[in-house]
Design a protein around this ligand. Structure first.
Ligand SMILES: [Zn+2]
Length: 114
């Protein structure tokens, strides 16, 4: 037995292996983890992925991922840092998840320019 990380209610491991109880899993279906990637010789571009985990099923692996890529400027770095701080390692609702997807696409998905 362990406590739900959202509400503290005791979770029976026979019901779910997740860190949230089934009720909180329904309320916050996704958990996000940002991963920045880097390649040798690529210095002016920031890119990586947001791994998406589900709180609805006892899956240990990411069920999906979102990509991000943007030119490395002080302004972009700062804006991305704030965005990441807000959502990294967070459980999110369906509504928040949809907004995050849109924001990531709109603000941090610039096509690469040569
Ligand atoms: Zn709970």
């Amino acid at each position: 037995m362990k406590p739900c990380k959202k509400c503290g209610k005791t979770i029976d491991p026979k019901i779910t292996k997740n860190d949230t109880c089934p009720e909180c899993g329904k309320k916050y279906p996704y958990f996000l983890s940002f991963i920045e990637e880097g390649y040798v010789g690529v210095n002016d571009v920031v890119f990586g992925r947001v791994k998406i985990y589900t709180n609805l099923k006892p899956e240990d692996y990411a069920i999906d991922e979102l990509r991000f890529v943007f030119a490395e400027t002080d302004k972009n770095r700062k804006e991305f840092y704030e965005f990441r701080e807000k959502w990294d390692f967070k459980d999110v609702t369906e509504k928040e998840f949809e907004a995050i997807k849109l924001e990531l696409k709109k603000r941090f998905n610039e096509p690469l320019k040569n």
